[in-house]
Design a binder for this molecule. Structure first.
Ligand code: ADP
Ligand code: MG
Length: 675
C-alpha cells in the first residue's frame, strides 16, 4: 500500500487539480498553514497564489485577500469559482446589492475567499464587519505596492498596516514578485509582521539569454528590425520608453511584421484588442510601454527587447521575465547608451523639482487658523516660477503632505515634516537609475547581477553561460580603428578649443571639407569617450515656437588630463551582436506643443475657463483637489490641440487611459459646444 499524501498535498491534488507542488511551494504552504506570518518573494509565474490558497483551505474559515487591481481580483475570483470554491469580492466596480449579499455570505461563514481592494478597509465600518467573524488568514498580493521604495507604490496600500491592526493576530502572508532587500524590510515593518518567515527564492531563469547592446538611439529601430528578421525570435515584445516612441517603432516595423502598439494613451478598447490579438498569435510583435504586461499569460514569447534603458532593475526583471515561460531558449536584448541615462535624469529633475521650489511654495502658505489661499493667488506671489514647475512642485508638496488642497484648489499649510519624505523619495528614484546603470556597466554575469539584486541567497551563484558577459560575441571588445581614433582625437581637440558645445553643433563642425561623417559613427565615438569618462554630457532644453527642444551639451571631464596618442590607443569599443546599418533619416512631423507655458495674467485660450469650471465640479464631487482630476497644463494642451474625439486626447500629456475613459466624452462635448 502506498503512503497516503500529506494533507496539504491532497488539498492541492483533490481541490486544485495539480499533481504536485512546485519546488518551494510546499514549505511555504506549511509555514502559512501553521499560522506563521510569511513574506514570500517569488518571480511572476512561479505560483504564489497556491501559497495562500492551499493554506486558506487547510486552515478552514475564510481567507481575506487584498489585491490592488480590479482586473486581478476578477481573474482570481473567476478561477477559484471554476474550481468549485466559494470565492467572492467587494470593490468599487460591484453593484451595491451584490456587495451586501457578499457581506451576508461572509458573515454567515459561506465563503472560502473574500477578495477586496485595499481602499475597502478604509470604508467606515468595513473592518468592524470583518471583525464580527474574523478571517483565518489574510493574504496581501502584490505587497510591494505598500512600500514607497517599491516600483509601483500605491498610496492606498500605505495605511494597510494600521487598518489591519484591528484584525491581528490573524496570520498574514504578504506576496510579491519584485521586492529588493530594502522593500522586503519595509513591507514587513509597515504591515507589522511578527517573527515572520521570509522566503525569497526562484529568481534564476535558466532559459533567458540577456544581451546588453550599446547603440545610439537613432540606430535602434534598424537594429530591432534586424533582430526580428529571424522567425525563431518571434513572438516578441518591444518595450519602448515613451508612447511616441512606441508608435514610431510600430510604424517602422509594420511593413514587415504583424505588429501592434500598446500604451496608456490608447482607449481601453483599442488596448484590449491589441492585447488579445497578440495573445492569440495574430500579432507577432507588440511594441509597448511599461503599461503592458501585468497578468499577461503567454508562454511562447521568444524575445523581449528594451529599446531604451528602463527605469529600474525591478521593472526590467519583471519585463524580461515574460519571455520563455514555456522553458524554451529565449532572449532579452537591452539597448543602451549614455544618452538614455541622461534622458532619465532629465525627466527625474522635471518630475521631482528642486526642493528649493517646494520650499518657496511652502513658505507662502499659511498655517491652519488663517484662511486658505486660492491657488492662482499663491502662484502670483511666486511670479518667478513657471507654471509647469509650480504645478509639479505643488503636486509633490501635496503628495508629501506639505500642503492641504481642497477641491476648489484653496491651499493651506500641511505637515512641516514633508521635506524628509520628499528627499528620500527623490533619492530613491536616483538610486534606481544608478542600480540599472551599474547592472549594465557591470562585467559580471547578467543573471547573477539580477539575482543578487533581489537578495535570493538560496541561489547556486553559477554563471548563466548564455548572456553577453558569459558568452561574449567572438569579436568582443576591440581597440579603435585608426579612423575611429582620428575621429575621437578631433572630438577632443574641438572641445579643448571650445568646451561645453552642443552635440549637434560639434558634429556639424567636425567634418573636413568634402568629408561625410555618419552621425551614428560620431555618436558611437561620443559613447566610447563618455564610457571612458573622458567627456561628459548634459541634457538641456530650450523653448522654440512653443516646443520644448532637447539637446545634449558635451564637455571635457575636468578631472582628466589632456590625452595623448597613447591614451587614445588604449580606448576600446565593442562589436555589437546586431549589425546596424545607417538608419534612413526621416524628418519628424511637428506635433502641436503640449508644454505651453502660459503666465497667469496672459490671455487664456478659449474653452479653458469652461473646462476649469467643469473640473471644479468633478473635484468637488470626488472630494479631491482639482489638479488630481486634470492639471492646468493638461487643460491648456487640450484647448490648444482642439481634439474632436476622445481618441485624439490620447496624444496629450497629462491625459491617460483612465482620464480619457472617465472624462473624454464630456471634454469633447464641452469643447464642441463652447468653441
Ligand atoms: P504568480 O502569482 O507567482 O505570478 P500564479 O499563482 O498566478 O503565479 O501561478 C502561475 C501559473 O502557475 C498558473 O497558471 C498556475 O495555475 C500555475 N501553477 C501554480 N502552481 C502549480 C503547480 N503546483 N503545478 C502546476 N501548475 C501550477
Ligand atoms: Mg500573482
Amino acid at each position: 500500500m502506498s503512503q497516503s499524501p500529506s494533507p496539504l498535498l491532497s488539498i492541492l491534488q483533490n481541490r486544485f487539480g495539480f499533481a504536485s507542488f512546485r519546488e518551494t511551494q510546499e514549505s511555504v504552504c506549511q509555514a502559512v498553514t501553521d499560522g506563521r506570518d510569511v513574506l514570500l518573494v517569488m518571480p511572476t509565474g512561479a505560483g504564489k497564489s497556491i501559497c495562500y490558497q492551499v493554506p486558506g483551505i487547510a486552515r478552514g474559515g475564510a481567507t481575506l485577500v487584498i489585491s490592488p487591481l480590479l482586473a486581478l481580483i476578477e481573474d482570481q475570483v473567476g478561477k477559484l469559482q471554476k474550481l468549485g470554491f466559494r470565492a467572492e469580492r467587494i470593490h468599487s466596480g460591484c453593484q451595491r446589492e451584490d456587495s451586501r449579499r457578499v457581506c451576508r455570505q461572509y458573515l454567515s461563514g459561506e465563503l472560502d475567499f473574500l477578495f477586496i481592494a485595499p481602499e475597502r478597509l478604509g470604508v467606515p465600518g468595513f473592518p468592524e464587519m470583518l471583525k464580527r467573524r474574523p478571517p483565518t488568514l489574510i493574504a496581501i498580493d502584490e505587497a510591494h505596492c505598500i512600500s514607497q521604495w517599491g516600483h509601483d507604490f500605491r498610496p492606498d496600500y500605505r495605511l494597510l498596516g494600521e487598518r489591519l491592526a484591528l484584525l491581528r493576530p490573524i496570520p498574514v502572508v504578504a506576496l510579491t514578485a519584485t521586492a529588493t532587500p530594502i522593500v522586503q524590510e519595509d513591507i514587513c515593518k509597515q504591515l507589522g509582521l511578527v517573527d515572520e518567515k521570509r522566503m525569497i527564492q526562484g529568481f534564476r531563469r535558466t532559459n533567458i539569454g540577456i544581451h546588453a547592446v550599446e547603440l545610439p538611439p537613432s540606430d535602434r529601430s534598424e537594429a530591432i528590425l534586424e533582430i526580428l528578421k529571424k522567425p525563431e525570435r518571434l513572438p516578441a515584445i518591444i518595450y519602448a520608453p515613451t508612447r511616441k516612441k512606441a508608435e514610431e517603432l510600430k510604424d517602422a516595423l509594420s511593413a514587415t511584421h504583424a505588429v501592434g502598439a500598446y500604451h496608456a494613451g490608447m482607449t481601453p478598447d483599442a488596448r484590449e484588442k491589441v492585447q488579445s490579438r497578440f495573445l492569440e498569435g495574430k500579432l507577432k510583435v507588440i511594441v509597448a510601454t511599461v503599461a503592458f504586461g501585468m497578468g499577461i499569460d503567454k508562454a511562447d514569447i521568444r524575445t523581449v527587447v528594451h529599446a531604451a534603458i528602463p527605469g529600474s532593475v525591478e521593472g526590467y526583471y519583471q519585463e524580461i521575465g515574460r519571455a520563455g515561460r514555456d522553458g524554451l531558449p529565449s532572449q532579452a536584448i537591452l539597448f543602451h547608451s549614455y544618452a538614455d541615462l541622461k534622458t532619465h535624469e532629465f525627466f527625474l529633475e522635471m518630475n521631482y523639482p528642486e526642493i528649493a521650489h517646494l520650499r518657496m511654495i511652502f513658505k507662502e502658505t499659511k498655517p491652519s487658523p488663517s484662511a486658505p489661499q486660492a491657488k492662482d493667488a499663491l502662484r502670483k506671489k511666486l511670479g518667478t516660477l513657471d507654471l509647469a514647475t509650480f504645478e509639479r512642485a505643488l503636486e509633490q508638496l501635496w503628495v508629501h503632505r506639505g500642503v492641504l488642497i481642497d477641491p476648489d484648489e484653496n491651499i493651506s499649510r500641511g505637515d512641516p515634516k514633508w521635506e524628509k519624505a520628499y528627499l528620500s523619495q527623490r533619492d530613491q528614484k536616483q538610486k534606481q537609475l544608478q542600480q540599472i546603470s551599474a547592472l549594465i556597466a557591470s562585467s559580471k554575469c547578467r543573471m547573477i547581477g539580477l539575482i543578487s539584486h533581489f537578495g535570493d541567497r538560496k541561489d547556486t551563484g553559477t554563471s548563466c553561460g548564455i548572456c553577453d558577459i558569459c558568452r561574449p560575441d567572438p569579436a568582443g571588445r576591440r581597440a579603435l580603428s585608426p579612423a575611429e581614433r582620428d575621429l575621437a582625437a578631433r572630438i577632443l581637440a574641438s572641445l579643448e578649443g571650445q568646451n561645453h558645445q552642443a552635440a549637434g553643433r560639434l558634429f556639424q563642425s567636425i567634418a573636413l571639407p568634402g568629408e561625410n561623417i555618419e552621425r551614428s559613427r560620431f555618436e558611437k565615438m561620443i559613447a566610447v569617450l563618455e564610457r571612458a569618462k573622458w567627456i561628459d554630457s548634459q541634457l538641456e532644453s530650450f523653448e522654440k515656437d512653443d516646443q520644448k527642444i532637447q539637446y545634449r551639451r558635451l564637455s571635457l571631464n575636468p578631472k582628466q588630463s589632456k590625452k595623448s596618442a597613447q591614451d587614445l590607443a588604449s580606448l576600446e569599443t565593442h562589436q555589437s551582436p546586431v549589425s546596424a546599418k545607417a538608419p534612413k533619416r526621416k524628418r519628424q512631423k511637428k506635433k502641436p506643443s503640449v508644454s505651453a507655458d502660459y503666465e497667469t495674467n496672459s490671455e487664456m485660450p478659449r474653452g479653458f475657463e469652461t473646462l476649469r469650471e467643469w473640473r471644479l465640479e468633478q473635484a468637488r464631487r470626488k472630494g479631491v483637489p482639482a489638479f488630481r482630476i486634470l492639471t492646468d497644463r493638461a487643460l491648456l494642451a487640450i484647448c490648444e490641440s482642439k481634439p474632436s474625439s476622445p481618441d485624439e486626447l490620447s496624444g496629450i500629456s497629462g491625459m491617460n487611459r483612465k482620464s480619457i475613459t472617465e472624462y473624454g466624452q464630456e471634454i469633447i462635448q464641452i469643447l464642441s459646444s463652447k468653441l
